[in-house]
Design a protein around this ligand. Structure first.
Ligand code: ADE
Length: 418
């Protein structure tokens, strides 16, 4: 079996972490048992490019148990948990190509190693596998049955490929399932981002002016949790509807230049380039902390910092200080990469439970229905989404009411008025 991980002797710690996370993933556990019982993925070759965490490990184990041959590489150079990668190889016999802190060349070499297994199904978080398959590894496109995509940024890239008629095989946009983005993006990113900032800096959030750039589901989650820690939250948004929503949710809303004058922590979650750029970096206060939880490391203008600083040094793990020519110090967390997965462990298992239940069932759907799927970006089938919500509620010990026949009839009758 091929693999490239940091150190196999880390496996014992990794196994404990995988089992710990697994206990908080009851929905995925049920699906794992079902896939194994039915052999639903027998013979499927899957290349997964996901954050290599203990939660992802549980997904890989479920897919392998269902009969798939799985190869896993990282979807970000800084998010790999080396002990988990070691355990997946040593204890579970799964090919992993991922090392925390790998350079760009190694990152792409690892994606190519996963693709060397000639996958039929891709599982992406950010669309790097799809992008590689459509550029360097085009010959493999023919064998692709379909793929899944985990994150907003990836779905945007894929929809643009679909629109430009260059998408070479069908994709299921897992991110767009309600049981994914309403929970993972909001509560997962909300909590894990705060966790990453605190682990990196150990700062007190109470009383801080905390600026959230972007008010999508991730931004909403971060703003809500920062407020819960006692920070005064300011939201920056370019979309008028979202800006209005942020205002009515109780946050201050202003322009980036205004926020630069007062903000103490800036956190981006937009999926767009340089949203923490010159207007903020040239005007912010001494000792401002900037971090990113968006998928790529393009949200903070690091070139501006390099070009306008007189020195750069690491002052704590995951904290780089830029001393600007006007003597202000700006602290960048995790080199501008996903702070929640670089400086902390990403979203907690109980929320990844639903995201990865969607991944597993979408992979099964692709394997079973490949002949009917076109080169399009598909939503997760609604029955899968609803099924996951129902099971999750059940695992939380929650029973909900059903509509009475009279209520059903009322909702379906357009004639009834006053
Ligand atoms: N994305 C965000 N958090 C994650 C986690 N814990 N595992 C895998 N992918 C993630």
């Amino acid at each position: 079996m091929e693999y490239d991980v940091k150190d196999l002797s880390l496996a014992a710690d990794g196994k404990n972490k995988i089992e710990w996370a697994g206990k908080d993933m009851p929905v995925l556990e049920g699906i794992r048992d079902e896939l194994a019982r039915e052999g639903s993925l027998k013979g499927a070759r899957i290349a997964a490019c996901l954050h290599v965490t203990s939660e992802t490990a549980n997904l890989m184990i479920a897919l392998k148990g269902g009969g798939a041959k799985v190869a896993l590489c990282a979807s970000n150079p800084l998010s790999t948990q080396d002990d988990v990668a070691a355990s997946l190889v040593k204890d579970y016999g799964i090919s992993v190509f991922a090392i925390k802190g790998e350079d760009n060349d190694t990152y792409y070499r690892h994606i190519n190693s996963a693709l060397d297994t000639k996958p039929q199904i891709s599982m992406d978080d950010g669309a790097d596998v799809v992008s590689c398959l459509h550029s360097e590894r085009k010959v493999l496109l023919e064998g692709m049955m379909g793929g899944t995509e985990e994150t907003t940024t990836g779905v945007i890239r894929l929809k643009s490929m679909e629109k430009n008629k260059v998408l070479g095989y069908p994709i299921i946009a897992v991110n767009d399932a309600l049981t994914k983005h309403l929970f993972d993006n909001r509560y997962g990113t909300g909590q894990s981002t705060i966790d990453g900032i605190l682990r990196a800096t150990n700062m007190l959030l109470a009383g801080k002016k905390f600026v959230v750039v972007g008010y999508g589901w991730c931004g909403k989650g971060v703003a809500m949790r920062a407020k819960g820690m006692g920070a005064s939250v300011i939201v920056l948004e370019v979309d008028p509807l979202r800006a209005l929503e942020a205002k009515m949710d109780g946050f201050e809303v202003m322009s980036n230049v205004e926020a630069a004058k007062v903000g103490e922590v800036f956190l981006s979650v937009t999926g767009n380039k340089h949203v923490i750029g010159e207007p903020i970096l040239a005007n912010c206060k001494d000792r401002t902390v900037v971090a990113n939880s968006g998928h790529f490391d393009i949200e903070i203008d690091l070139d501006y910092l390099r070009e306008n600083s007189i020195s750069e040094r690491v002052v704590r793990p995951f904290v780089t200080e830029y001393l600007m020519s006007d003597k202000r110090r700006i602290y960048v967390l995790a080199q501008g990469r996903l702070v929640n997965l670089s400086a902390a462990e990403g979203h907690p298992a109980s929320v990844m439970d639903m995201s990865f239940a969607n991944q597993a069932l979408s992979a099964k759907h692709i394997f079973e229905h490949a002949d009917k799927l076109e080169k399009k970006v598909y939503a997760v089938p609604q029955d899968i989404d609803e099924h996951i919500a129902e099971i999750k509620l059940g695992t939380m010990g929650i029973e909900i009411d059903k509509l009475t026949p009279e209520q059903e009839e009322y909702l379906n009758a357009w004639q009834m008025g006053t």
